[in-house]
Each structure stands twice: as structure tokens, then as C-alpha cells.
Design a protein around this ligand. Structure first.
Ligand SMILES: C[S@@+](CC[C@H](N)C(=O)[O-])C[C@H]1O[C@@H](n2cnc3c(N)ncnc32)[C@H](O)[C@@H]1O
Length: 411
């Protein structure tokens, strides 16, 4: 990296390592990583924004909140916040991540679960494809106990541990970011079947609950404040309205390609009681896979890039992505008083990195926003890319890597 300028003046880009700027021991510290939500914010980015830009009494908003990292960090810094996501998991994940600490006997919970006679069967026609039949009755009982619980605290405490272990007992290859069966995951199930898997299930459950309580202890040691929080899960950010003005919008919008959040979450959603029809309807709303009306993106870079996309299906995804995210944010920005923070990567299309950050800058500047700076975090890039040149052109192009925090201020 020697000799490379730290600030690219023309494009107002500056390199940064958020993990170095902000003192959070790890990306999974406290309750930041209770659940492996795909493409989660690193908490350092949100903390950086709040430390450097937020002022007392500002209200924070994330319309694509996923796991809800923005909410957790906002609580610690004492800001009111609102979170939206299409994925219904948002609510329960965020509730778990901010749960109060209470004394509980894990052994007692497990004993009660073991003795419970309640049954819950997910409304899922493909269930047998994902679970070996030997596990069926056992899992129906475990989840029967869960759904019979009247104590909301206990139920919340159990949710993430049960979701994680139920996934471990399924044929899903958890290494992959989308629900999929693989030889590796089939082997995992077969090796479980040869062991005392019920005992393994309960041991895992014990450990998971213990771990969760430990993480909650860490969270509370950060002194989260009492703030107003609005959480809207299972909603479409393209249609939903804000009921009050916000000061800061910070979000990492859906990925341009290869991330299907609802498909990945559906195993969990079935256990939580959602129906096949409901989940199918959610998938129809997911950006960039949904059908959507064209929307004008006011950016020359956007139109130039689109022109050169050769494969029609890629061009369609490209359009749907920008029409979806662009339309949602263009409408929502009207209710934002001070700042927009957009955290995006430059996914490649036909070997060319899509300059999503610059497209959004051009578009939002045309709507009256001022581009303050783009902070480029390169730590992820260093792990993922071994080459330093753009495969499409063969040219050295350090800007094809990294994650970009675009900072826009109301002019
Ligand atoms: C990159 S993720 C956000 C991750 C989040 N920053 C975190 O820390 O976990 C993008 C999110 O957009 C959501 N999404 C996709 N289409 C949506 C829509 N039409 N309305 C609301 N949310 C949507 C996905 O469910 C996903 O959680």
C-alpha cells in the first residue's frame, strides 16, 4: 500500500479501519453476534457514526435493519431508534439481543422441556427433506414446549439457542449463506444419528443458553440507556411510511447479488410458526428479486454501467436492485433531517465492480444532499481478494475492494 494516497480528493474517499477507530473488542462482543445473520453490520461502523455525527436527542433509523445492529448500538449511545425489515426475525433477534438479565436455572428449563407433552409441527410440506425422520418427534416436542410457554422472558431466552440447534440438526450446510443441503451437512446428520443425539441436543442447549446469558451480561455492562425503540418486522420498506421525522438514516441495503435473506431464514421461520404461504409472499417482496416498477436513477454512472451489461438476466437484477433500493431511500430521505449513511460493497457483475457508492452519491446529490465523504474500509477486502488488479481490465484498481460508507448531509 506504500505510496497510495490516503485521501482520494477528487472522489472524496478516505481509507479507514473501523475496527481500529472504535474500541469494541470483537464483532461478536456482547450481543452483536448472537445469531449468524448474513451480511451483518460490524458494530464499529454504527458506533463510528454515532460517535462522530450524532448529537443529543437525534433519532436514528434503519429501513433494512436485518439483525438490528443499529438498534443495539443506538441503545448503548442513548439514542431513540426505529428499525424495519422484511424479515420477521428482526423482532425476535433484537428482543433477544436487548433482553434484561435475570437469574434462571437452565437445568430446570431443560427438565421441563424434557417432560413436556406439548407438540408443535411446522406448517411446511418440505419438512422431511430437511430433517431426518428420527429427529421429527423429538423436535416436535421441543418446539411444542417452546410454543406452550406463557413466560415471555423464558421464551425469548430460548429462541436463538433453539433456532441454532434445530438448524444444526437439519441437513442445512451452515457454512453456506443460503439454505442448502451438501455432502458435508448430510455427514453431520449421519454422525449425530450414530451418537446419543438427544443428550447432545440438551448439552448444546445448555451451552447456548449459558453463552447467551454471558453475552447479555456483557451487553448490560456497556450501560445501555432507556430509549424509545420502534421495531417493524415483516414489512416492505418500499411501502411503509415513517410516522415521524428522523435525524440520521443509517443502513446497509440488501446485496446486489447472491444473498437471499428470506430463503436463508425460512427454516427458522417455520419453527417459529410462520406458514408456507406467508413466507412465499415475503419472498416476493425481497429486493432485488421482486418484480418492480421502473424508477429513475439520476446518475450518469448508473446509465453507463447498465448499458455495458451484456447478459439480460444480470441487467434485470441490476435494475431491480437500484429501482428497489433507490425508490425506497428516495422516498424515505424526505423525512430525514440531517444525515444519510449508506454502507455498501462493490459486487462484481461480469467481472466489473459495480460502483454502487458512486451511483447513490450522484442520485442523492441530485435530490439536494451534499456528499461529505466516503470512508473505505479495506479490512474485508484484504481477506477476500488476493489480487490487486481488476480482472475485467487487468489494471491495478485498489478501489474495487472494500466496503464503502457514503456520508451525505442535508445541504
Ligand atoms: C445487508 S442486510 C442488512 C443487515 C443489517 N445491517 C445488520 O446489521 O444485520 C439487508 C436487509 O434488507 C432486507 N430487505 C430486503 N428486501 C426488503 C424489503 N423490500 N423491505 C424491507 N427489508 C428488505 C433483508 O431482509 C436484509 O435483512
Amino acid at each position: 500500500m506504500l505510496g497510495e494516497p490516503e485521501v482520494d480528493v477528487r472522489n472524496k474517499e478516505k481509507k479507514i479501519l473501523f475496527r481500529r477507530e472504535i474500541n469494541i473488542p470483537s464483532t461478536t462482543y456482547a450481543t452483536y453476534g448472537l445469531y449468524n445473520y448474513p451480511a451483518k453490520f460490524i458494530p464499529h461502523v454504527v458506533a463510528y457514526v454515532l460517535e462522530n455525527y450524532a448529537r443529543p436527542y437525534m433519532k436514528i433509523f434503519d429501513p433494512f435493519a436485518g439483525y438490528g445492529t443499529v438498534g443495539i448500538v443506538s441503545r448503548i449511545y442513548g439514542y431513540d431508534y426505529e428499525l424495519w425489515d422484511l424479515n420477521p426475525l428482526l423482532k425476535i433477534l433484537h428482543k433477544s439481543a436487548t433482553l434484561e438479565l435475570r437469574q434462571v436455572s437452565i437445568t430446570k428449563i431443560i427438565n421441563e422441556m424434557h417432560e413436556s407433552k406439548d407438540i408443535f409441527i411446522p406448517k411446511w410440506s418440505r419438512f422431511s427433506y430437511w430433517y431426518h425422520e428420527d429427529f421429527h418427534d423429538f423436535l416436535f416436542h421441543v418446539w411444542g414446549y417452546y410454543h406452550s410457554l406463557q413466560d415471555d422472558y423464558l421464551k425469548t431466552l430460548l429462541t436463538i439457542p433453539l433456532l441454532k440447534i434445530s438448524r444444526y440438526f437439519s441437513y442445512d450446510d451452515m457454512q453456506r449463506q443460503k439454505l442448502s443441503k451438501s455432502p458435508k451437512s448430510v455427514n453431520r446428520v449421519h454422525s449425530l444419528l450414530k451418537k446419543n443425539w438427544k443428550a447432545i441436543f440438551y448439552q448444546m442447549l445448555y451451552q447456548e443458553i449459558k453463552e447467551l446469558l454471558q453475552r447479555l451480561k456483557e451487553f448490560w455492562s456497556l450501560h445501555p440507556k432507556k430509549v424509545n425503540a420502534i421495531i417493524k418486522e415483516g414489512i416492505d420498506s418500499l411501502k411503509e411510511e415513517l410516522n415521524e421525522k428522523k435525524d440520521i438514516l443509517i443502513t446497509s441495503p440488501p446485496y446486489l447479488q447472491s444473498q437471499e435473506y428470506i430463503r436463508q431464514a425460512k427454516l427458522d421461520l417455520y419453527w417459529l410458526g410462520y406458514s408456507e404461504k406467508f413466507i412465499r409472499n415475503l419472498r416476493k417482496l425481497e429486493i432485488p428479486y421482486r418484480k418492480i416498477e421502473p424508477f429513475y436513477i439520476n446518475s450518469a454512472i448508473y446509465h453507463d454501467f447498465k448499458q455495458d451489461i451484456k447478459k439480460p438476466h444480470l441487467r434485470r437484477i441490476f435494475e431491480r436492485y437500484f429501482w428497489g433500493v433507490g425508490r425506497a431511500l428516495s422516498r424515505l430521505q424526505e423525512d430525514i433531517n440531517s444525515y444519510l449513511f449508506l454502507f455498501v460493497g462493490r459486487s462484481s457483475m461480469e467481472g466489473r465492480p459495480v460502483p454502487i457508492d458512486r451511483i447513490f452519491i450522484e442520485h442523492f446529490v441530485s435530490l439536494g444532499w451534499k456528499h461529505r465523504i466516503t470512508l473505505v474500509d479495506t479490512i474485508i477486502a484484504r481477506r477476500l481478494f488476493s489480487y490487486r488488479s481488476n480482472p475485467a481490465t487487468g489494471n491495478k484498481d485498489a478501489r474495487t475492494t472494500g466496503e464503502f460508507l457514503v456520508i451525505l448531509q442535508r445541504d
